[in-house]
Design a protein around this ligand. Structure first.
Ligand SMILES: C[S@@+](CC[C@H](N)C(=O)[O-])C[C@H]1O[C@@H](n2cnc3c(N)ncnc32)[C@H](O)[C@@H]1O
Length: 439
């Protein structure tokens, strides 16, 4: 059957609902913080006919955060190309860190090599021109013989597997999904994907007017694909139950998105979170997720002005046996944070914070949370992409959302410029910004 070409919408170049939204993330949160040498390597790569193979800068920003969170020192990279992810890793791991970098093609590695040398990190890299599998097998033999390494985050090993469109030189025995760029960590119970195709330098298409969508990805089917393939099969049953209980609420859309929740659970694990704070509970999806993830003796201060909605999820929280970890406070969040700070013992004592409430107060929460968090602790902000409205012409933004969107745009810029934190702007759920306290 012939298709009516006029009616077929050209897919965006990224996996997001519009190229403008992807460009927004890059320009607001990623490029301003991208190290100069990495920028240079990205530009050098841009003229390569396969420039698309380079790791996307926003995925790179998240990887740098993960490398920091696991204090990665010894890493393996399968698929180097011109070296964007390799240089990123080399710049992130400590002076005495080491990377085993494997690619069947040395030629492309040599395109980036002068910049890697200029950056002074070439010594950290052991480049091996080979199929990856025999090299990994050899590494595993060394584990038995010398017992030095483990392909496990707890031993300081981070395995990056990058599969590129139609051009995979080497692939794992069981690729998790086909197509697109994919970064995967499989540890005890966790998988991470990057959600973008590879865009070293995207063209702006000013003429195209994006249409509002319920999800920030290019289609609801794609979002559903992620949920059904990677998220729902691993979602704990109690969390599933709470999601179903919430679904009939007129404001069900407020609940934290399950894919963002999955990353949050991984972050909670990576910082060994025990003492956490949550602002904006609603029926408790993110709260239950946190309670199920932190250890038996973990504690959450959960604040919401509305106890009624919390009580919708409470029976499920109780049934899950984690209610004891939660100290629910029905209040405006600001006075509670101030009260916490009043007790000086609380300063620098929290491992993790999640903020999903009134946007107008995000600045106030941020200042207080940076005091309450430990150095290396995380605060995650939700709704940073506002269903994509942050990158849309004002005329398309519904009147009742204008204020929140304006505030979000300002706050995203503020976070990008805050030197006290490392950030990763991840296009999961409704957009989240992960901030790590640096000092
Ligand atoms: C988007 S919902 C939170 C969703 C929740 N994280 C979840 O996973 O279901 C926002 C919540 O913030 C609460 N809220 C709004 N302003 C607040 C404030 N100033 N202090 C505390 N809570 C507030 C609302 O009552 C609402 O329940």
């Amino acid at each position: 059957m012939e298709q009516n070409v006029e009616n077929v919408r050209a897919p965006p170049k990224s996996l997001l609902q519009s190229d403008d939204l992807y460009q927004y993330i890059l320009e607001t949160s990623v490029y301003p913080r991208e190290p100069e040498f990495l920028k240079e390597l990205r530009h050098v790569t841009a003229s390569h006919p396969r420039a698309m193979m380079a790791t996307a800068p926003d995925a790179g920003q998240l990887m740098a955060m993960l490398l920091n969170l696991v204090n990665a020192k010894k890493t393996v990279e399968v698929g180097v190309f011109t070296g964007y992810s390799l240089l990123l890793t080399a710049l992130t791991i400590p002076e005495d860190g080491k990377i085993i970098a494997i690619d069947v093609n040395r030629e492309t590695f040599e395109i980036g090599l002068p910049i890697i040398k200029k950056a002074g990190v070439a010594d950290k890299i052991d480049f091996i021109e080979s199929e990856a599998l025999p090299v990994l097998d050899q590494l595993l033999q060394n584990i038995c013989g010398v017992a030095v390494v483990g392909l496990d985050l707890r031993c300081g090993w981070l395995l990056w597997v990058q599969i590129c469109d139609n051009t995979a030189h080497s692939s794992p025995e069981k690729p998790v999904a086909a197509g697109g760029s994919q970064i995967q960590y499989q540890g005890p119970g966790s998988t991470i994907y990057s959600h973008h195709n590879l865009q070293p330098e995207m063209e702006q298409n000013a003429k195209k007017v994006p249409s509002p969508s319920k999800v920030i990805l290019q289609s609801e089917d794609l979002y559903q694909y992620i949920l059904e393939t990677s998220v729902y099969p691993r979602e704990p049953d109690f969390l599933k139950e709470l999601r179903h209980v919430t679904a009939s609420h007129p404001r069900a859309i407020w609940a934290t998105a399950p894919d963002a929740g999955q990353l949050m659970a991984m972050l909670l694990k990576l910082v060994n979170a025990k003492k956490t704070i949550e602002i904006g509970v609603f029926t408790g999806y993110s709260l239950l997720l946190t309670a199920l993830t932190i250890p038996e003796d973990g504690k959450i201060i959960a604040i919401d002005v509305n106890r009624e909605t919390f009580e919708i999820g409470l029976p499920v929280i109780k049934k899950a046996g984690v209610a004891d970890k939660i100290d629910f406070i029905e209040s405006e969040a600001l006075p509670v944070l101030d009260q916490q700070l009043h007790n000086h013992g609380n300063e620098g004592s929290f491992d993790f914070a999640f903020v999903d409430a009134d946007k107008v107060n995000y600045w106030n929460y941020h200042e207080r949370l940076l005091k309450l968090l430990k150095v290396d602790g995380l605060v995650v902000y939700d709704n940073t992409l506002q269903r994509g409205f942050v990158a849309m012409p004002e005329a398309l933004v519904p009147e009742h959302r204008k204020k929140d969107i304006e505030l979000t745009i300002e706050f995203n810029k503020f976070l990008a410029a805050d030197p006290r934190i490392q950030i990763s702007h991840a296009s999961l759920g409704d957009g989240i910004i992960i901030c790590r306290r640096l000092y």
